[in-house]
Design a protein around this ligand. Structure first.
Ligand code: SF4
Length: 251
């Protein structure tokens, strides 16, 4: 198990030597086995990144059964919907877990708002990316600097930008940290069956037509015929719809 940053570095080197084999052997494993491997390999240097969407609450439920003191972190952009904050409190209470909350740099927010306005994201992709960068990407990168691996709720069928993801990847856009996607092969139906069968708390916005939930001003409900990410930055074309947390150039 890994305790210090030096241990993380050593373990990472060992891991990278046999990485293709590890990647292949874990790709068809159930989510529970992938998480067990992650906790045994990285101990307290692995954490779940949670925006408290449907996939994230499934990950928390499975993980809490394996490792009750599992590390969970979230990015509080300052623009989240009220329902997400309510869910965070509910999850903390049900699972008796601490949630590590990462905030954006206050000065960076102040400068951005003064220069571009509060709702700059509607002005264009560059402004939207600036906002996502300051409110999400920079706090994420700071948190990932403490870790050897992070766990995400990405699924292949979620978006055109996610069809090629593996259950275990080297995250080249985040200093080569290991990125673990235990739910990569799950369908939306799998997610909701798990939530219902295990009575997992979930964001009440899902019942109001929001399959994917981010910041309040950048998320809307979708119609039945639209894809699950259609309500995120709905004014942009699908291939642009990533906030920088999950880039495509990963192994
Ligand atoms: S999702 Fe919208 S409000 Fe949230 S960080 Fe990105 S641009 Fe800003």
């Amino acid at each position: 198990m890994i305790g210090t940053n030096r241990d993380v570095g050593n373990a990472r080197e060992l891991l990278l030597e046999g990485f293709p084999r590890i990647q292949d052997s874990l790709d068809d494993e159930p989510a529970e086995n992938i998480l067990r491997w992650a906790f045994e390999t990285f101990d307290n240097k692995v954490a779940i990144a949670s925006s408290f969407g449907a996939e994230d609450v499934v990950l928390i439920d499975i993980s809490a059964r394996i490792k009750p003191n599992v590390r969970i972190f979230t990015l509080d952009t300052g623009r989240l919907p009220h329902e997400t904050y309510q869910l965070i409190d509910e999850i903390k209470e049900k699972y008796n877990v601490a949630i590590e909350v990462c905030f954006p740099d206050e000065q960076r927010i102040r400068t951005m708002v003064q220069e571009h306005g509060f709702n700059l994201f509607y002005k264009g992709v560059a402004e939207r990316r600036l906002c996502c960068n300051i409110r999400k990407v920079e706090p994420l990168q700071k948190k990932l600097g403490e870790l050897g691996a992070w766990v995400c709720g990405l699924r292949r069928e979620q978006a055109v930008t996610r069809t090629g993801i593996k259950t275990v990847e080297i995250d080249t856009s985040n200093h080569g940290i290991i990125k673990i996607n235990p739910l990569a092969a799950w369908t939306e139906k799998d997610i909701w069956n798990y939530i219902k069968e295990n009575e997992v708390p979930y964001n009440s916005l899902h019942d109001k037509g929001y399959p994917s939930i981010g910041c309040a001003p950048c998320t809307r409900s979708v119609r039945a015929i639209e894809d699950v990410r259609a309500g995120r930055w709905w004014w942009e074309s699908p291939e642009l719809k990533e906030c920088g947390l999950h880039k495509k150039d990963q192994n």
